[in-house]
Design a protein around this ligand. Structure first.
Ligand SMILES: O=c1ccn([C@@H]2O[C@H](COP(=O)(O)O)[C@@H](O)[C@H]2O)c(=O)[nH]1
Length: 215
């Protein structure tokens, strides 16, 4: 398994860290965007990311894994194979024919499901998946993620009964990349300023999409 420092640099070199004035979700702009979808083209990096997530998952009691679609699906699949833990998949939309399912795979009510996610900003995407899993009768109390962007999403998720463990925090990742000479001091300052100004404290902006917010 790569060290955290090696992994950060390998992700940067693979193009997973984009810098500039980038349009993010729902029209927001950001000076840094993480595209962890690129790891599917780099099997060794994907394996190492999955191994770090497995390390975080070790002390969490769970019987199933579920990746937030789509970016976390391959990561959850690698974790599932490595740890021999069954996986379920959430569809973006309910299938309209045959099984009419929102969750694919075999599960039973009250099973403990660990959620896998690539990036947490507001926590909205992760919460949407948690909401579906809970509405199908699964117990969801934890998530493992590659990157916490330090924008408040982890606290919002905690308020909704989800403990998040992450491989990287944005601040920690910036420090590693700065020390490795990949990101300048000036860019680090711009990003940290943006993160301070763009914080989330609740999921009110997406409540209409969430069927179940309670435990
Ligand atoms: O740098 C980023 C930021 C976000 N994403 C994608 O968005 C969601 C996380 O945002 P929330 O506001 O927490 O819903 C996540 O599913 C990422 O896939 C990203 O890829 N890169």
């Amino acid at each position: 398994m790569l060290s955290l420092e090696e992994l950060a640099v390998r992700l940067f070199d693979a193009g997973a860290v984009r810098l500039g004035d980038i349009e993010a979700k729902i029209g927001r702009r950001t000076p840094i965007y993480f595209d962890l979808r690129v790891v599917v083209s780099h099997p060794q990096i994907m394996l190492s990311v999955a191994q770090h997530l497995e390390k975080l998952a070790k002390d969490i009691n769970h019987e199933l894994l579920c990746g937030v679609p789509y970016a976390a699906l391959p990561l959850a699949a690698v974790m599932s194979i490595n740890t021999n833990t069954p996986m379920i998949m959430k569809r973006k939309e309910t299938k309209m024919y045959a099984t009419k399912r929102i969750l694919e795979g075999i599960f039973e009510k009250n099973q403990k499901c660990l959620v896998v996610e690539d990036v947490v900003t507001s926590g909205g995407s992760l919460m949407e998946t948690v909401s579906t899993l809970r509405s199908e009768g699964l117990e969801v109390t934890h998530a493992v993620v590659v990157l916490d962007r330090d924008q408040g999403g982890v606290s919002v998720l905690k308020q909704n009964g989800i403990e998040v463990k992450s491989i990287f925090s944005l601040t920690g990742l910036l420090r590693i990349l700065n020390e490795a000479g990949k990101i300048s001091d000036e860019t680090v300052d711009i990003i940290l300023e943006h993160i301070k100004e763009c914080q989330f404290s609740n999921l009110d902006f997406m409540k209409d999409n969430l069927e179940i917010m309670s435990l």
